[in-house]
Design a protein around this ligand. Structure first.
Ligand SMILES: [Zn+2]
Length: 251
């Protein structure tokens, strides 16, 4: 269920799920009751791992391939059964108290953990697909984290489609590479491609944020959901998540 997890400090965890956690998105045609159950199971697992004394609930967002960053001021409540949980329309979130999730299936999930000058935690997540990378969602997220008080920051780059698999038209490669030169890539079969995780890593480095790429290629590894593989194979769509969770953010 949790493919990668790391305790950044007591009670503060970051990680990524895999397909064994099931689909965690309501917008891809899956049965809502099943999505709710999958999310509840992940919440329970993260709660136990973080040592929260009561249920911790990840806050999800309505992702639109933009660069808006929402500040989440209160931890998400327990989801009510039969209703879609509320969340901001944004492609990044920052918080000092809430546990956050970003959904992906080829786009780059980035999770952040840091602290303010007094040592209090500051968390963030970002959804960096091709449009978000081009629009500057990573810089916007780091700016949002620093505005929220972060003076120290670390980032983790999770599983996404790699630069040898993500074929794009030549014009698209040129347009994105003009903004993020590290994105320029070539597929393993010799056609124009984009390396989004490399672009994210380069941008974070330029912003002075130490980052670890803990990801593998979603298209090449079926232990993750991949939008491109679903289209290619006619298989059901799904989304896995990156998360930053805070036990003291419990309700
Ligand atoms: Zn690949």
């Amino acid at each position: 269920m949790l493919w990668f997890s790391e305790e950044v400090r007591p009670g503060l965890w970051v990680g990524f799920t895999d397909a064994a956690a099931g689909n965690l998105a309501f917008h891809v045609g899956d049965a809502p009751a099943r999505v709710s159950a999958n999310r509840a199971a992940v919440d329970a697992r993260v709660t136990g791992m973080a040592g929260a004394s009561s249920g911790l609930h990840l806050q999800y967002m309505d992702q639109v391939h933009g660069r808006d960053v929402a500040e989440v001021r209160v931890p998400a409540p327990a989801p009510a059964s039969g209703t879609l949980p509320a969340g901001p329309t944004a492609d990044a979130m920052v918080s000092r108290s809430a546990s956050l999730a970003v959904m992906v299936a080829d786009c780059v999930p980035v999770v952040f953990a840091g602290a303010d000058a007094g040592g209090a935690p500051v968390l963030g997540v970002a959804h960096a697909g091709r449009p978000g990378v081009e629009k500057g969602v990573i810089a916007a997220t780091v700016s949002g984290l620093r505005t929220a008080g972060a003076v120290t920051l670390q980032a983790w780059i999770g599983p996404s489609v790699c630069g040898r698999c993500y074929e794009v038209p030549e014009e698209m490669r040129a347009a994105v590479s003009a903004v993020e030169p590290a994105a320029c890539s070539t597929t393993s079969w010799g056609t124009p491609a984009l390396d989004l995780p490399a672009a994210v890593a380069a941008r974070l480095d330029g912003l002075g944020v130490p980052a670890r790429n803990v990801g593998v290629c979603t298209l090449e590894h079926d232990s993750f959901f991949s939008h491109r593989r679903s289209v290619r194979d006619g298989a059901a769509e799904g989304r896995f998540i990156g998360f930053a969770a805070l036990a003291s953010g419990r309700d």
